[in-house]
Design a protein around this ligand. Structure first.
Ligand SMILES: *Cc1c(COP(=O)(O)O)cnc(C)c1O
Length: 249
């Protein structure tokens, strides 16, 4: 097959693969919820589309998905702009974010899961304020605070001790809404105790900020453990999209 029919065939193969993977993931999430005695409606699947082309997002959109996670600002901004014709899409920035990218992210993100410093929160607040004034968006930005579970802040995340102060900073910002917490377990760690600790931090945060209901936890390999410990949003890349191409970055 060549030309347009070849492209159409490739696209329908990809659609079938993504559709099958979505069905499998929904079943996985449902059975994890059942095992944990939770209502599956309380756990959202956030497809992570980083490293995959805009055409994949379009296919997922056609399969009914409206929320997507991206982790690199430049790649995300390009996809958002290429997919401007899709209505009601909510883009989640889930990766590490440098302050100098806050202004751009403020224009396209529905939520940021990786806020880990007051300086970054301040930059996002300012950026969203500017984006609202310019008519690029009308709603505040939903913010999840990323917690460092192993204390190695070079991998991102705020230390648990610094969480209350950062939460206050976000809650007080005009253009931000404190939505909850996010964490990634340390590499090679048993995720179970890590997610248990995260759940404790989340409960403590909700004592002072009851609006912070979201817990973004769990990825392809550990979503069952995260769901056992209260995850409301699992961020899934590999188990949905397939293996990411190997890159140096
Ligand atoms: C890439 C990424 C994911 C998805 O990871 P998989 O193991 O491929 O499911 C989740 N969260 C963050 C922050 C990521 O960068």
């Amino acid at each position: 097959m060549t030309g347009e029919s070849g492209i159409a065939a490739a696209e329908s193969t990809r659609t079938a693969a993504l559709s099958t993977a979505l069905t499998g993931l929904s079943a996985r999430i449902e059975s994890a919820c059942r095992a944990a005695g939770r209502d599956p409606a309380g756990v959202r699947l956030l497809p992570v589309t980083k490293f995959f082309p805009a055409s994949d997002v379009e296919i997922l959109y056609g399969l009914g998905r409206r929320e997507f996670g991206e982790s690199r600002e430049q790649e995300a901004a390009a996809k958002v702009s290429a997919l401007g014709h899709l209505s009601r899409v909510r883009w989640h920035m889930i990766g590490r974010l440098q302050r100098n990218k806050a202004k751009s992210v403020a224009r396209w993100a529905y939520a940021v899961h990786s806020v880990d410093s007051e300086r970054l929160a301040g930059a996002l607040d300012t950026g969203v304020g500017a984006a609202r004034a310019a008519g690029h968006r009308d709603s505040p930005l939903r913010v999840l605070l990323q917690v460092s579970l192993d204390g190695d802040v070079s991998r991102g995340g705020v230390l648990p001790d610094d969480l209350p102060r950062l939460a206050e900073r976000v809650a007080a910002a005009d253009n931000l809404r404190l939505a909850g917490l996010m964490a990634i377990p340390p590499l090679d760690a048993d995720p179970e105790p890590e997610f248990a600790r995260l759940a404790e931090l989340h409960a403590r945060l909700r004592d002072t900020h009851p609006e912070a209901t979201e817990l973004s936890a769990g990825m392809s390999a550990d979503l069952e453990a995260a769901i056992r410990h209260g995850s409301t949003c699992v961020r899934v890349g590999t188990a949905l999209m397939g293996a990411r191409p190997i890159t140096s970055g």
